[in-house]
Design a protein around this ligand. Sequence first.
Ligand code: 5GP
Length: 126
Amino acid sequence: MPIDATLPYDDANIFARILRGEIPSKKVYEDEFALAFHDINPQAPTHILVIPKGRYVSWDDFSAHAPDAEIAGFIRAVGHVAREQGLVAPGYRLLANVGAHGHQEVPHFHVHLFGGRPLGPMLTRP
Ligand code: 5GP
């Protein structure tokens, strides 16, 4: 079910639990600002989630409230992971779903990193 991205942060969400080490994840990268791990239900040969370590519900929350250092650190981590995964030359896609219309399901801000095959047009019509 998509979430309401205007709700306050919920510390019980699945990515908060992954950050606390309560639930395992296939980690690909971690630094002071970000954690990257493989999506449990991959939609492409490479499907990695990159999440900030801070408590942000969505892109909206993160872009409005995160300190500049956290934003810079997170953006650099996303770029680093894409380079480390060899995605730059073939190309890749970044996606951040926000709220109901964006079909965001996990209420901790995350960026999807897709690659490993031609990804086709950006959106399909319903
Ligand atoms: P959203 O729809 O919120 O943008 O994407 C949430 C993503 O999290 C989905 O692609 C889903 O497969 C992934 N996901 C949900 N639960 C887990 C989990 O426990 N572990 C991992 N690695 N990914 C998860």
